[in-house]
Ligand binder design. Structure first.
Ligand code: MIC
Ligand code: MG
Length: 301
């Protein structure tokens, strides 16, 4: 049935082991619990819970309006239906360092495997937009230290994201981002998310300068080209996220479908593109609930 029997501690361990060796860890963004089921079935190693998706889902821009309670609630709903580890976007930590400690503990309680916290000022914005601002090194380090000190499960992954790359163009921006990443790793971050890298050589430069795993963000319509998992792995990245991909595809399809219904007066031509009723029931394990009540699953395709 639709819940995971793998404990949060075991999921955290699995993520750490996968990051330490073997192929790159691929994490598509789950825009809801159901899509997390699909991600697991298709053989991915983890699910990503995107702040941009969560905000968009609520009809909000991704500028730090969502609350810890909202994000942890949704992340927990996603984590409970999959055996995969979930990595959650904790934006700037939902407050000052003191809040950061509480953020980590709330995320632990939600059963997720780890979070990333970024060094942008509030209000934050998408890491691939221009005009971002970051906090000073001292504040960025304090956020990471508070997260690391606040966690109760040492297996819980605290990833530090730096948005410094996007604040300065050229070679200097990259150098500053690497320096910041090193300092955040020294402060105790288990992994680094260097945001808005321009090309593969930049991922390579960051990964080779650090002893901790590095994440590559393959968001569409951003600063980075869309590299393959293999290319990123060869460049030294240990984890790749496709944060908004499924939502963008689903919304693209929804928009076109509405146009078709409005134009034709029926959705009839769209039915072959749809996930069938049978497939949906399979994903939610409708039949499994018969264990409690044999009259529940009466559907025959
Ligand atoms: C990864 C990210 O933080 C997210 O919230 O998913 C975003 C993605 C996006 O807006 O495309 C980001 O800042 O890169
Ligand atoms: Mg985000």
């Amino acid at each position: 049935m639709l819940f995971s029997r793998v404990t949060p501690a075991a999921k955290r361990q699995a993520l750490r082991e996968a990051l330490a060796s073997g192929p790159i860890v691929r994490m598509p963004g789950a825009f809801n619990p159901l899509s997390a089921r699909l991600i697991e079935e298709k053989g991915f190693e983890g699910v990503y819970v995107s702040g941009a998706v969560l905000a968009a889902d609520l009809g909000l821009p991704d500028i730090g309006l969502t609350t810890l309670t909202e994000v942890a609630g949704r992340a927990g709903q996603i984590a409970r239906v999959t055996d995969l580890p979930a990595l959650v976007d904790a934006d700037t930590g939902f407050g000052e360092p003191m809040n950061m400690a509480r953020t980590v503990q709330t995320m632990e309680d939600a059963g997720v495997a780890g979070i990333h916290v970024e060094d942008q000022v509030n209000p934050k914005r998408c890491g691939h937009l221009d005009g971002k601002e970051v906090v000073g090194l001292g504040d960025a380090v304090r956020r990471v230290r508070a997260a690391v000190d606040g966690r109760r499960d040492p297996g819980f992954l605290v990833m530090a994201r730096t948005d410094v790359r996007g604040t300065e163009p050229g070679e200097r921006g990259l150098r500053l981002a690497i320096d910041r990443a090193k300092a955040l790793a020294d402060a105790g971050a288990d992994a680094i998310f260097p945001e808005a890298m321009n090309d593969l050589s930049e991922f390579e430069a960051v990964a080779s300068a650090l002893d901790v795993p590095v994440l590559a963000n393959m968001t569409e319509f951003g600063k980075s080209e869309l590299f393959t998992a293999k290319q990123l792995e060869d460049a030294g990245a240990r984890i790749v996220i496709y944060p908004v991909t499924l939502l963008r595809l689903a919304m693209g399809t929804a928009e076109r479908a509405l146009d078709t219904i409005a134009a034709d007066g029926t959705q009839d031509t769209l039915v072959p593109q749809m996930q069938t009723r049978a497939r949906l029931y399979e994903l939610v394990d409708y039949a499994g609930y018969n264990h409690f009540d044999a009259n529940v699953f009466t559907y025959r395709p």
